[in-house]
Write a protein that binds this ligand. Sequence first.
Ligand SMILES: *Cc1c(COP(=O)(O)O)cnc(C)c1O
Length: 378
Amino acid sequence: MIIPFNKPYMTGKELWYIAQAHANGHLAGDGQFTKQCSAWLEARTGASKALLTHSCTAALEMAAILADLQPGDEVIMPSYTFVSTANAFVLRGAVPVFVDICADTLNIDETLIEAAITEKTKAIVPVHYAGVGCEMDAIMEIARRHGLLVIEDAAQGVMASYKGRALGSIGHLGCLSFHETKNIISGEGGALLINDPELAERAEIVREKGTNRSLFFRGQVDKYTWVDIGSSYLPSELVAAFLWAQMEEADAITQRRLGLWNSYHRWFAASETAGMCQRPTIPSHCVHNAHMYYLLLADLTARTEFIARLKAREIHPVFHYIPLHSATAGQRYGRAHGELTNTEQLSECLARLPLWLGLEEFQPEVERMISGVLAEIG
Ligand SMILES: *Cc1c(COP(=O)(O)O)cnc(C)c1O
């Protein structure tokens, strides 16, 4: 049995809902399924508006447009993240300013943000790594004092919360992903959560190619026309139909993922005590969604050995990210603020373990093999 890193989970109703969309004859965006998914997101997160997008990348790009960035404006974010977090802002001519992460949660170190602020800073982009909330109270307070926008990259944060509030619903804007490697999926997919109602009308316009088409359909204007910059950020109704099947099962999916996560966590407690690895840390005020289970190994050599030995046993862990400030485009378009010691060190130590629904029956064996490899590499 080969244990892949990821295996997209299907609830069984996806094709049925796609057939319904097909029968309805509405295939472009913003049909019945899109409305149901948006309403679900608004109810679940408390966001004043949720707009489905074709990816979290698209939601981040919309957020960057809504932030009204001018060339040279600065946006503070971690370097330890996926490229889209930075790209969205670079596309607007802004400069990502990378700050270090905390050694326990691998989230942006909120105590380093204020010193990175200049007169060009316009926004802070916390990334909720592994579906574990950043220190949002502190981040929102800094943003308030300096008049900055907060855009949450909650790509990994669907169904997770910070002090009882859904990730993505705390900043002015929040960006979610339904990519097939995330918890709730539609192949490619995402959403923009608009928590500052003042941004809602423009968000609809940006998503509809810079037109006021949405207002026209609601009868709020009598013709629709080009009023702003924008692009086509909405998903097809077929994608929304697929996503609806997943949303219906979101609680059950999250519970099963948590079961897998907790099993790993209990199992590797002994390896951690023996000094062979470090397990993830979940602050007590955060409810996570079991998006990811990772182990931190001693160093790059140990991580490389760990992955190679498990692959030889047909278990496929993966690593990420190459820190953005050290990547070719990161050096060209962004800058690091201060030393990024934790980012540089921990990105070399982290290995993500397989975590997908259906792994349950193999998990005891997978756990035994992994702890065996941990013991071998010391
Ligand atoms: C997955 C991910 C994205 C991109 O999501 P897409 O839906 O694939 O565009 C952005 N940021 C983070 C932190 C992610 O994990």
